[in-house]
Ligand binder design. Structure first.
Ligand code: NAD
Length: 499
């Protein structure tokens, strides 16, 4: 059994609260580590360290800050295998998925290498007689981020890389369910040249989060996780005068038009619905075929593909499609929702409830499930299941399909599969969802665009990464300056005029 730590001021710190949470190996169900849960005092200590270290970092020129990011990218690539293995062991996802988790974070770090360009201000020469005006983007000071279990490498990097590139100190409160990789990332940042105290990791639960939300020195809070917690953190953070952005849950619809390439649509639904055991905020959890004939053709294509899915531990090789879910509680919740779907009258076309894996009977594995004839009043439609369960809602027309997605309270991602450019264009323009795919099931924008949903999937206005991150982690100061002119008409300098 491993005892995990916090990471403060460039060193591992055991924690003194006496409170711990269990970190499981989801494939075996065994507790493999104890994660310390920080007290309010421990959070205050981290904030003090950050506040002391931050001014010198803010005064370090952006090019030098960018060089730390450059070196960090090299180190991430050097340690990719080790990071992926640790991540898979705590999260349960396959090694290729874990590498993808690191890679999509790394791409945001690469974007942040552009900090010198991205932080350039504006200048107006001669805004009035002898008057110049310029705006600069300055760091906020101490920023904090609270991250979910499902991307323990990517989402921390989406937050701390831009925050630090902008000259802030950053305190990360990762998920207590898979806390090891975030600490490895902090160590690598220091190996890359980051001064101590600029990136710290405080493990914890609500007590640590509340301490960050209430601390007057913390200037901004970034959050990614479930919608109820996002809403809580946004409200509380704002009421304490902080800049806050919170990204919540999802229920992503994929509309399948009658003219879609049905093999392509079915393949897309397999990857997007069951990959990472459905534990992705951009997973497709609702398929919406337009017309009964389309639905029948789609189900016919899906069933054999689902039956072929290989579910297993990450150690079983790269041909495993997905691993266990993160905890026994997550598994219980998923199975409870599946039962509700059956009870409420949905047709369970593929039933994975009796799935079990020899040698891993205590692991948190959930077999793949496919529901047909789901209706909008059912719990499996309304709630985020966050498991390997795809629901099919049959729509009578394109309009009905669009309206269905529009009426759902979540608006993270969505997709349409069609050969009809007119329908695709109309859908992309009209849909009230933040990220849209056209024949692309998981439309996660690349690092130089921004990531964010609409409706109850987000609280706050700026998106994650891309140019928005550089806005979120800086504030603008505008200087108006006037210098009495000493230049005479002929161009000769008159020092006396300056007296
Ligand atoms: P979660 O909301 O349970 O936890 C997220 C973070 O909040 C963790 O660090 C946790 O310790 C903390 N937390 C939990 N309960 C808290 C409380 N009562 N008070 C204060 N802090 C609390 O989410 P999760 O289960 O770790 O992650 C899965 C969820 O995250 C899903 O809903 C998924 O859709 C969402 N998610 C969203 C995005 C996005 O960009 N929109 C990305 C990834 C995951």
């Amino acid at each position: 059994m491993q005892d995990l730590t916090h990471y403060l001021d460039g060193a591992h710190f055991d924690g003194t609260s006496g409170r711990f949470s269990d970190v499981y190996n989801p494939a075996t169900g065994e507790v493999q580590a104890k994660c310390p849960l920080a007290s309010t005092d421990e959070v205050s200590k981290a904030v003090e360290i950050a506040a002391r270290a931050q001014p010198a970092w803010a005064a370090t020129n952006p090019q030098r800050r960018a060089r730390v990011m450059m070196k960090f990218v090299t180190l991430l690539n050097r340690d990719m295998d080790k990071l992926a293995e640790t991540l898979s062991r705590e999260h349960g996802k396959t090694i290729p998925d874990a590498k993808g988790d690191v890679q999509r974070g790394l791409e945001v770090v690469e974007y942040c290498i552009g900090a010198p360009e991205l932080l350039k201000g504006d200048y107006t020469d001669s805004a009035g007689p002898g008057i110049d005006m310029y705006s600069m983007k300055q760091p906020l000071g101490v920023s904090a981020g609270i991250t979910p279990f499902n991307f323990p490498a990517m989402i921390p990097m989406w937050m701390f890389a831009p925050a630090i590139a902008c000259g802030n100190a950053f305190i990360l409160k990762p998920s207590e369910r898979d806390p090891s990789v975030p600490i490895m990332l902090a160590e690598l940042m220091e190996e890359a040249g980051l001064p101590k105290g600029i990136l710290q990791v405080v493990n914890g639960d609500k007590e640590a989060v509340d301490a960050l939300l209430e601390h007057p020195v913390v200037q901004s809070i970034g959050f990614v996780g479930s919608t109820p917690i996002a809403e809580y953190i946004y409200g509380k953070g704002c009421s304490h005068g902080k800049r806050v952005q919170c990204f919540g849950g999802a229920k992503n619809h994929m509309i399948v038009m009658p003219d879609a390439d049905m093999d392509q649509a079915a393949d897309a639904l397999i990857g997007a619905g069951y990959g990472a055991a459905g534990e992705r905020c951009m997973a497709v959890s609702v398929a919406v075929p337009v017309g009964d004939e389309t639905a029948d053709r789609l189900i016919e294509k899906l069933v054999p593909r689902i039956e072929k899915l290989k579910v297993g531990p990450y150690t079983a090789g790269d041909d495993v499609d997905y691993g266990p879910v993160v905890t026994a509680a997550a598994k219980e919740n998923i199975l409870g929702l599946i039962q509700s779907g059956v009870d409420q009258g949905a047709e369970l076309v593929v039933d994975g409830r009796d799935f079990s894996l020899q040698g891993y009977e205590d692991g948190f594995f959930v077999g793949p499930h496919l529901f047909d004839k789901v209706t909008p009043d059912m719990d499996i439609y309304q709630k985020e299941i966050f498991g390997p369960v795809l629901s099919t809602v049959r729509a009578g027309s394109y309009e009905e399909a669009v309206q269905l997605a529009m009426d759902h309270e979540m608006g993270n991602g969505t997709a349409i599969f069609t050969r009809d450019g007119d329908a695709a264009r109309d859908f992309a323009n009209r849909i009230n969802v933040g990220m849209v795919g056209v024949n692309v099931p998981i439309p996660v924008p690349l690092a130089y665009h921004t990531f964010g949903g609409w409706k109850k999937s987000v609280f706050g206005d700026l998106n994650q990464h891309g140019p928005d991150a550089f806005k979120f982690y800086t504030r603008t100061k505008t200087v108006t300056s006037r210098w009495p002119s000493g230049i005479k008409d002929g161009g000769e300098f008159n020092f006396k005029a300056m007296d």
